[in-house]
Ligand binder design. Structure first.
Ligand code: NAD
Length: 487
């Protein structure tokens, strides 16, 4: 249920430096998930809107792609300054439209700002290579160039960080960009565009087109869009990868996850519990790096489950704007109902429901709250083990050895993150060498790499070759020319 507010705004697209109405009569409400209050109305734009944005981006590319790299970087320095100045406001917008706690939102904004920081190094990052005398009197050089118009399609769960994985680096490398934010969290994207305009970015370099499938397909099919960056759920990532490739584009598509955390008997119980609680229930479990499965090895299992229940009981559920709230709502009522039905599935599959988040008292009738939920004795044949639920549900699986625990983790179709809690160096090495996941954590819960490293999953968590951020990001957003010269 959504409740209209006097402040409801109709969101506009940002094309060629102008705030324009979409060519559509189709709009969706954007509720605050903590209250149900309507924050805005988002247009479900058409392919015509995409076309306008692509025309603008293609035209602007002619000048932006030739703008000196240090000049492009200087605009990003200014952008960095403005984002930092507006850090609190940006975090409040994230909390309001996504539901995560203000503290988490503040952290997310910082992660976004760090991406801009990385992108300001474009003059160094874009350097090529050279080698003299590859044969008598012959030298070879490699130069990097932007690829052209790039499309970015982003999910609801990180309205700041995920777009910042994409457009700052893409434009620093000389590309022009069309961002299609999640229609469930569209508000922050316009604030990001507003601030980059203020930083002096020429019109048409960054465009924002709001909407859903039509905008996505418009970008995928458009012959003037040369590359697609996508982050979202697994089925959509697979579709994006295949369709973009069909239309001859380069593509990176980051997908869903089911991250396992292995706890060895020698782990420090208190800090392990604290890290797992944060990783499983922070951001209401709506993180691609959330800990959704714990594999407890040996005798620590009983104590670990008891301590997790105790810590979960102390979690403060509530509107993320209230300072003491740790666990905010999930994104929509439909997601709340989907989570409830997964809890029912877990019971029917025979897992032990140790803490039932359906029974937590909600702070109001309108918000989409689910309390921290914990299942014990989950097994890999269960649906609650296999599926990405994307909610504050933690499954505990029991194992007897590290090898068995790793084998269980590796049976998952997903391979985004995985963590190990232990004090044993040998265990750490075995884990590092044999686990399938792309981002590993040792004695910490959410091992999200910083912007100068690639953010990388494997198996069904990633479709493509080059990951976002780091040197991979630079490779993705540039094409190379080799020159071989005889003197
Ligand atoms: P989603 O797949 O529903 O939506 C992502 C984007 O794709 C949105 O912009 C949406 O409008 C668009 N979209 C959705 N369905 C589409 C379709 N059928 N055709 C064309 N476009 C479509 O994802 P979400 O629910 O917004 O985000 C959560 C998902 O994102 C989770 O699975 C999470 O694990 C994943 N995620 C992954 C990473 C990572 O780094 N691997 C990071 C963040 C989120």
């Amino acid at each position: 249920m959504t409740v209209a507010s006097k402040e409801t705004i109709v969101i506009k697209n940002y094309i060629n430096g102008n705030w324009v109405e979409a060519n559509t009569t189709n709009f969706q409400d954007v509720p605050n998930p903590a209250t149900g209050e309507t924050l805005a109305s988002v247009p479900i734009s058409s392919k015509e809107d995409v076309d306008q944005a692509v025309r603008s981006a293609k035209e602007t590319f002619k000048t932006w792609g030739n703008t000196p790299v240090p000049k492009r970087a200087r605009i990003l320095f200014k952008y960095h300054e403005l984002l930092t100045k507006n850090h609190e406001e940006l975090a409040k917008i994230v909390t309001k439209e996504n539901g995560k706690s203000y503290k988490e939102a503040y952290g997310e904004v910082l992660r976004g700002i760090e991406c801009v920081e990385f992108a300001t190094s474009a003059p160094s990052l874009m350097m090529g290579d050279s080698l003299s005398t590859i044969a008598s009197d012959i030298d070879s050089e490699m130069f990097r160039y932007p690829v052209g118009v790039v499309g970015g399609i982003t999910p609801f769960n990180f309205p700041m960080m995920v777009p910042c994985w994409m457009f700052p680096l893409a434009i620093a490398c000389g590309n022009t960009f069309i961002l299609k934010p999640s229609e469930r969290t569209p508000i922050l994207a316009n604030k990001l565009a507003e601030l980059i305009q203020e930083a002096g970015l020429p019109d048409g370099v960054l465009n924002v087109v709001h909407g859903a499938h039509d905008v996505v397909n418009g970008l995928l099919e458009h012959q003037d869009v040369k590359a697609i960056s996508f982050v979202g759920s697994q089925p959509v990532a697979e579709y994006i990868y295949k369709t973009a490739a069909h239309y001859g584009k380069r593509v990176q598509a980051l997908a869903g996850a089911k991250n396992h955390t292995i706890v060895m008997p020698d782990a420090d119980l208190d800090s392990t519990v604290q890290q797992i609680i944060n990783a499983a229930y922070g951001s209401a479990g709506e993180r691609c790096m959330a800990c959704s499965v714990v594999v407890a090895v040996g005798e620590i299992g009983e104590r670990l489950v008891e301590s997790l229940i105790q810590a979960a009981n102390e979690i403060k559920i509530g509107d993320g704007l209230e300072e003491e709230s740790f666990l905010g709502p999930v994104i929509r009522e439909t997601q709340k109902q989907r989570t409830f039905s997964y809890i029912e599935t877990g019971i029917q599959e025979g897992a032990d429901l140790k803490r039932d988040g359906r029974k937590d008292k909600e702070i109001n009738d309108q918000g989409y709250f689910v309390g921290p939920t914990l299942f014990d004795n989950v097994t890999p044949d269960m649906k609650i083990w296999k599926d990405e639920i994307f909610a504050p549900i933690l499954s505990v699986v029991r194992a007897n050895t590290l090898e068995e625990a790793i084998n269980i983790s590796n049976q998952s179709d997903f391979a985004n993150g995985a963590c190990l809690f232990t004090r044993d160096g040998g265990h750490i090495r075995t884990f590092r060498e044999t686990i399938d996941a792309g981002m590993l954590g040792i004695n910490l819960g959410v091992p999200a790499p910083m912007a100068f490293f690639p953010f990388s999953g494997n198996k069904s968590s990633f479709y493509g070759d080059l990951h976002v951020n780091g040197k991979d990001g630079v490779e993705f957003y540039t094409r190379k020319k080799m020159i071989t010269s005889r003197f």
